[in-house]
Design a protein around this ligand. Structure first.
Ligand code: AMP
Ligand code: MG
Length: 267
């Protein structure tokens, strides 16, 4: 899965990243789904260990265009993890109170504590994406944010947070199909906003903004992965695999009892 990692300062042209790629798993969709189930079980064990050990903090950042599959990935990848110790933080357009603070204020409050796994469904990256594309603040303001974000994430990493950031990469045709599917199904209308069509018109501006984000904010402390996401099963498989491998790498252990339990008999 190394091929999806963005190296620090690597120039990214998203048109050269194939959203249909499934090359790291030859088995196809059915076997892929079976593999995801196995990874889900392993993730369940690792998350219990994370919670029990109460040492590491894990932060997963999900970013994508509308219909890119953030909600679906959260459903499938984290199926089976214990709600105790796991949390999703959603970042919508800021409230008046949030706007009265610096843009990282609302984000910092949601970062994982010891033993916790937190998923950001959108994130502080909106402050250099939607904010940039819509000119919500002047260029001089959002331009300074890349360094600020890198420093913020470095601080989190240095204080025990493992950070993984995933950009779910779909193409414009795939978005058209998914938006149409939402429009055709009354049960999906709650997910559809007319404003999504206005955002779609800004596709190339968003791609440019994402390319800058990927180039400037993929660091050793907090790497970005570009996940091919036209195929949902493959998207889930890539995220699960990277997450499980990363958690394995933490070499976590169940804590020993502080008391001497040898010879204890329960009557
Ligand atoms: P959704 O994820 O579909 O529920 O939509 C959430 C909306 O909130 C998206 O249109 C985001 O672009 C928007 N949003 C999130 N963060 C910000 C932000 N910092 N400034 C402006 N809009 C934001
Ligand atoms: Mg939406």
């Amino acid at each position: 899965m190394k091929k999806y990692l963005v190296q620090p300062d690597m120039k990214v042209k998203l048109s050269e990243w194939d959203p249909n790629d499934t090359s790291e798993f030859k088995g196809g969709k059915e076997q892929g789904q079976a593999e995801i189930e196995k990874l889900n079980h392993r993730l369940e064990e690792l998350q219990e260990l994370l919670f029990a050990e109460h040492r590491h903090k894990v932060l997963i950042v999900l970013q994508a265009m509308d219909t890119g599959g953030k909600d679906g990935a959260i459903r499938h990848v984290f199926e089976g993890v214990n709600p105790q110790g796991t949390r999703v933080a959603n970042f919508k357009a800021p409230t008046a109170e949030e706007l009265d603070h610096d843009y990282l204020w609302r984000v910092h409050r949601q970062v994982p504590a010891k033993g916790e796994l937190v998923i950001f469904n959108r994130s502080h990256y909106e402050d250099v994406l939607v904010v940039r594309v819509h000119n919500l603040v002047p260029r001089e303001v959002w331009e300074t944010r890349f360094d600020q974000i890198n420093e913020f994430e470095e601080m989190l990493a240095e204080t025990g947070t493992t950070i993984l950031k995933f950009y779910l990469h779909i193409d414009k045709d795939e978005q058209k199909e998914r938006l149409q599917a939402r429009l055709d199904d009354p049960n999906k209308h709650w997910k559809f906003r007319l404003g999504d069509l206005e955002e779609r018109k800004l596709w190339s501006e968003y791609m440019q903004a994402y390319e800058d984000v990927l180039k400037k904010t993929s660091t050793d402390a907090a790497p970005w992965f570009i996940v091919p996401a036209n195929h949902k099963w493959y998207r889930d498989l890539v995220i699960s695999t990277i997450l499980v491998n990363t958690l394995e790498g933490l070499k976590m252990k169940y804590p020993e009892s502080a008391e001497n339990l040898a010879g204890v008999v329960i009557e």
